[in-house]
Ligand binder design. Structure first.
Ligand SMILES: [Zn+2]
Length: 353
């Protein structure tokens, strides 16, 4: 059995990195070192969701991701439709539904992780400190690879989840356009995208930026030294070009990662720019999204702890390993300098939110 550290999986990061990185920021795979939580198992009142044991002392990276996924009804409904075709889907569905059943007692993710490790023939290292986003990518790649290995679709395209076609809810398509600044020739390419990775402007002190400003700044860049197919064969000179990206088919489940680690002249640093996000927003003027969960990272560039905030029915909960507590929406929306991942779901035609 081979051993894999999800942090070392650069491939997934590059694969999904469609939006540009800001010039002043360099990111890398092994971002965050994660320390244990306080280990307490006290839960004050009966909650709508279950807490998760942090048995290795480093498990907050996977606990926070699994809690965040448990609030994605499009994912749960997708797993319902497909669970008879995949042991992994059935195990994940069973685990997420268990997380969503109210109880004062925490549970362990071990049984699900055992299935995940057996199916992938890999070991998720929990003795080391890990990155939540890398774990999410690792899990989604396996879900996707199983989906693409299914024999021809037993369901007709008329089957829908929350009004959307019954496909992987976290996959979208991005249209990239590159235009030569000299002759205006355009090249268009489609990319599949799983997680939107957004670079933050470098922050000294108190700067802040809204999510919509981040979308805009990450969706456009000027590139120098461009070999235009139309100009270059004649002139043998490079030009500059403008690269823009936009969603061609946005995903039902929009996952956003904020790149908070960066290199500075002083070495590895954490970018503490405040990111302002809302409980719902309109994407590209057409697609309404609602916040379902988010993951915060507490600590510096080299150490820290992850906590999930998630919606269940009409309430918000803070899920900090075994500690579950009800949380006002104002607090959920006030994690500006700590927020690390955001999970939004597209409003379905039937939604009355
Ligand atoms: Zn040109």
């Amino acid at each position: 059995m081979s051993v894999v550290n999800p942090l070392s999986s650069r491939r997934s990061k590059e694969y999904n990195r469609i939006f540009k990185g800001a010039a002043v920021l360099t990111t890398f795979a092994a971002l965050y070192i994660v320390t244990s939580s306080n280990g307490s198992t006290t839960v004050k009142a009966k909650s709508s969701i279950k807490g998760l044991y942090n048995s290795s002392g480093n498990d907050c990276f996977l606990n926070s991701v699994l809690q965040a996924l448990a609030s994605q009804s499009s994912l749960i409904q997708f797993l319902h439709l497909r669970s008879s075709s995949s042991t992994l889907y059935a195990a994940l569905l069973n685990f997420l539904e268990s997380l969503n059943s109210g109880s004062s007692k925490p549970i362990s993710a071990n049984s699900f992780l055992n299935v995940l490790e057996r199916i992938t023939n890999k070991v998720i290292l929990r003795s080391l400190q890990q990155d939540a986003h890398e774990f999410l990518q690792f899990l989604l790649e396996i879900i996707e690879s199983q989906y693409s290995s299914f024999p021809s679709n037993p369901y007709s395209s008329s089957i829908r989840i929350m009004g959307f076609p019954a496909q992987l809810p976290f996959i979208g398509t991005i249209l990239q356009t590159v235009q030569c600044s000299s002759c205006s020739a355009k090249t268009c390419t489609n990319f599949k995208n799983t997680t939107l990775q957004l670079s933050l402007p470098y922050a000294y002190g108190a700067s802040s930026i809204s999510l919509s400003q981040l979308f805009a700044s990450n969706a456009f860049e000027q590139i120098d030294d461009y070999k235009c197919d139309a100009c270059y064969p004649n002139t043998k000179k490079t030009t500059s070009c403008y690269r823009t990206v936009q969603w061609k088919h946005p995903p039902t489940l929009l996952q956003i990662q904020l790149e908070r680690s960066c290199y500075t002249p002083l070495g590895l640093s954490r970018n503490n720019t405040a990111v302002l996000y809302e409980k719902s927003f309109l994407l590209q003027g057409r697609y309404r999204y609602h916040l379902r969960s988010l993951i915060t990272h507490h600590g510096g560039a080299n150490s820290g702890h992850y906590i999930c905030y998630r919606k269940k029915d009409n309430s918000w909960w803070s899920a900090n390993d075994t500690l579950i507590s009800k949380c006002p929406i104002e607090k959920v929306l006030d994690q500006h300098r700590l927020v690390f991942m955001l999970f939004y779901e597209m409003e379905s035609p039937s939604e009355l939110d």
